[in-house]
Design a protein. Sequence first.
Length: 534
Amino acid sequence: MLAELLDGVAHRVDTAWGTPTIPVTGITSDSRLVAPGDLYVALPGAARHGADFVPQAITAGAVAVLTDAAGRASIGTTGVPVLVVDDPRRDMAQLAARIYAHPADVLDMYAVTGTNGKTTTTFLLEAALRAAGHHAGIVGTIGYLLDGVPLQTVRTTVTTPESTEVHALLGHLRDRGADSVVMEVSSHALVLGRADAITFDVAAFTNFGRDHLDFHGDEESYFAAKASLFTAERTRHAVINRDDPRAAQLIGPIQAAGEIGLTTISLSDPAADYWASSVHTGADGRSRVSARTRSRSLDFTLSLPGEFNVRNALTALAMLDVTGIDLEAAAAGLAAAQVPGRMQRVDLGPEAPLIYVDFAHTPQAVAAALAAIRSRRSIAVLGCGGDRDRAKRRPMGAAAAYAADLVIVTDDNPRSEDPAAIRAEVLAGALAAQRAGSLPVTAVDGGDRRSAIALALSQARPEDAVAILGKGHELGQEIGGQILPFDDATVVREQWAALHPRRSTPARAPHAGGAQGDGPARNQHSLGGAEAGR
């Protein structure tokens, strides 16, 4: 009943309704998702107030409305109770937890935050949990899954959904038999209260780099948002990547407060609780890792290339150790773990170069992805999104120039901006780095994304590696207010077939990880006639 739901929540209600005793079966802040029996939360927005959509919500079956004073002032006669609170975003998380019977309290809850590596770490966690016999759900950028099977839902946000959707998802996962849930927790989510009313069993920090300054304003505010996850209100235990330059700013306060547990991981510091004493990447692209933990030695194989993925794997194992999972069984799951759009191998056959698709869209992520293929002559295809943090565009170009032999600048999601203008900024960063460091790299504007991919493939030799960065798992490209179908892996196959019509391409789905063999070191080369023929 609505009256019981509101117990302890400071609110006022239209006097005509007194104390409402209406049954409430759900809650949402999206009028498009309202179902009969829902409490609709009308939030203030950047452009419009959610109160503007109250008529649609009531038509869809909302039995009451929760809003702030400004929202109430714009709502006329509704025919349902209108509840007014000071901060509806804060209160809706508590109400959602109550409506769905506090699912986070009965699930093992794992949170991962960081500029890069959130998605990969959550997928590694999920794979390890399943290998250890658990039923695990994922909530994050790729979508919502249970035991590896996508859930058919309507998404309202990119990484971490609104708190109303989070608690509904947790309730659904609990009812479907999940015992564990792994969540990506973004900085936006922490600022906007999307993970409120959850105390995670363990939360991890992967790394920190420049991103989302269009939202946070400056790097310190962005870091403070990440750091807020590592408090007793939000988690019982922290796992921190000790190799990150910002790690000390998390470790110090955690130790000083003494309110939550702390585990550290590292590839370089033997003093860490989890230390990778040996990492060997074979010709098959897999990493063979020997690690030392607080209590034992542990050898495991990781399907994904790159040192950054070894850190992600150590982070996942350390998190599971906190909750008492059998590490030997869990580690076995890492050998076959796959992550869509994260160093995802696109197999074009034995005579083709190695092709990887990755979501890298920050300078730090670009450098890490290209480092994973540095044993071969490498080609980077990358762009930068429009209507977002412009200041990272030149650094992204520079990061690619320092790590690749050929940098082909292209479009990511231009959104409302001029694609050529965005490309010019990224290319300027690459060329400036080339001049400053006398780098043996060629950097060019490859035009639209399909043309840039075609150019990269035309320049790649069988012994080379090509990294197509920025969009990863995304299946669309946002240009001028439209989202057009575009899947990097699919376009790679199409362009390869066009360039080599007599060669057969394996008819199988792309997979994460993949082969990475020996090849020539990076060197300078010429585009020859290929660029002229674009």
